[in-house]
Design a protein around this ligand. Structure first.
Ligand SMILES: Cc1ncc(COP(=O)(O)O)c(C=O)c1O
Length: 388
């Protein structure tokens, strides 16, 4: 084996590991309900599929510009303006193979050995691994269920040091579903104003899945004076049930977009041409279905939150967005030891979830409620029996 020092610093994704384990057990004949996967269970909208088919039939099968076709960049700029309130020219937009690749390239393109990134925890599993791979140091900013898993401007200020280069913001958040309202972001923006060296990654990939009733709030819109150091990540994976298409989009300062595209030119090259055509249809086509999906997710959220909070030893705040909730199981830890063992115990009882430790947290687990109601009811019943 010849594993590089950079790769040795990172671990495989635990969410993928749990999903794979559940699939294996299912293939072996076990009845497993998987609530571990981070994708909507809805079908990709038909107009998106039609656009992909038309692209294939039209011979749209060759290389495109590395950072995406100008057609898709325009559609993405429309999306940033319409849905996030961020006005950018196409020179400040890039397209990659999923939001994940955009984040990967942004970190690799900017971090040097010893640079620090402040990452609120519980965090999305890939953030710390990407930062470590890029040579950076992860500075956790722990948040708690009692605060709905949100940090304040003062919490942020306390974590900033001379080597802080990035702050990662994710709202609505994976794995907590926490959303930052405008007034909290304005406070965070005020802190960042005093630290001009810090870049901000605003991961808004779950923006359309928001149950607060308020318009999605994002830093580049609220604090335009900071926009020249904000990279906003979005995409079609979650909003349009297009996880397999692998298209993510990013908007930010031109120097950073160019740097990311320079890297992409030597890694994957352009994102898939067919997927790009499908993403144009996703951004430019009808958006009305989103409200209906959101309502369905909200009903599932209420079902899961109600059922979990009725189980002795388990509790969860009500998530404001995305399709996850972070369940606290601290009162059960004396019996189970740690959350990894609890996760295996739940798997034995036919439910796959992801232990909180995968997200830089502890003593709990993440449930994805992107599954139909009958499955969610049965899964919660099995969880209750398993911990009883
Ligand atoms: C918070 C967050 N950001 C980014 C991504 C990347 O999504 P994709 O690469 O599928 O566009 C995910 C996917 O799980 C996510 O949860």
């Amino acid at each position: 084996m010849h594993i590089s020092a950079a790769l040795s610093r990172i671990a495989p994704s635990q969410t993928t590991a749990m999903t794979d384990r559940a699939t294996q057990l299912r293939e072996a004949g076990r009845d497993i309900i998987s609530l571990s996967v981070g994708e909507p269970d809805f079908a990709t909208p038909p107009h998106v599929l039609d656009a992909a088919k038309a692209a294939l039939d039209g011979g749209d099968t060759k290389y495109t510009p590395v950072g995406g076709t100008s057609r898709l960049k325009q559609a993405a700029a429309l999306h940033f303006a319409r849905d996030l309130g961020i006005e950018v020219p196409t020179s400040q937009v890039t397209v990659s193979a999923g939001g994940k690749q955009a984040i990967f390239h942004a970190m690799l393109a900017t971090m040097s050995e010893g640079d620090e990134a402040i990452v609120p925890a519980p965090w999305w599993v890939s953030y710390p691994e990407i930062i470590r791979f890029a040579g950076g140091k992860v500075v956790p900013l722990h948040t708690h269920a009692k605060d709905n898993f949100r940090f304040t401007a003062a919490d942020l200020e306390a974590q900033i040091g001379p080597r802080t280069q990035w702050l990662l913001l994710n709202s609505p958040g994976n794995p907590t579903g926490a959303c930052y309202p405008a007034e909290m972001l304005l406070g965070i923006g005020e802190v960042l104003r005093h630290h001009p060296r810090i870049l901000i990654l605003s991961d808004d990939i779950y923006a359309p899945i928001n149950y607060t009733g308020a318009r999605h709030a994002t830093l580049a819109n609220l604090c335009p004076d900071l926009a020249d150091r904000i990279l906003t990540i979005s995409g079609v994976s979650k909003s349009h049930a297009m996880t397999g298409f692998r298209i993510g989009v990013a908007a930010g300062p031109e120097w950073l977009i160019k740097a990311m595209e320079r890297l992409q030119s030597h890694s994957s090259g352009n994102p898939c041409s067919i997927s790009q055509a499908a993403a144009v249809a996703a951004f430019e086509g009808p958006q009305e279905f989103l409200a209906e999906w959101c309502e369905r997710f909200r009903a599932r959220r209420d079902l899961v939150v109600g059922a979990i909070n009725a189980i002795p030893g388990l509790s969860t705040p009500t998530p404001d967005g995305a399709f996850y909730c972070m369940v606290d199981a601290a009162p059960l830890m004396e019996r189970f030891g740690d959350d990894a063992r609890l996760a295996l115990h739940l798997l034995d009882h036919g439910v796959a979830i992801v232990p909180a430790s995968a997200f830089g947290h502890r003593d709990g687990f993440r449930i994805s409620f992107a599954a139909d109601e009958a499955k969610l009811v049965e899964a919660c019943k099995r969880i209750a029996e398993a911990v009883a």
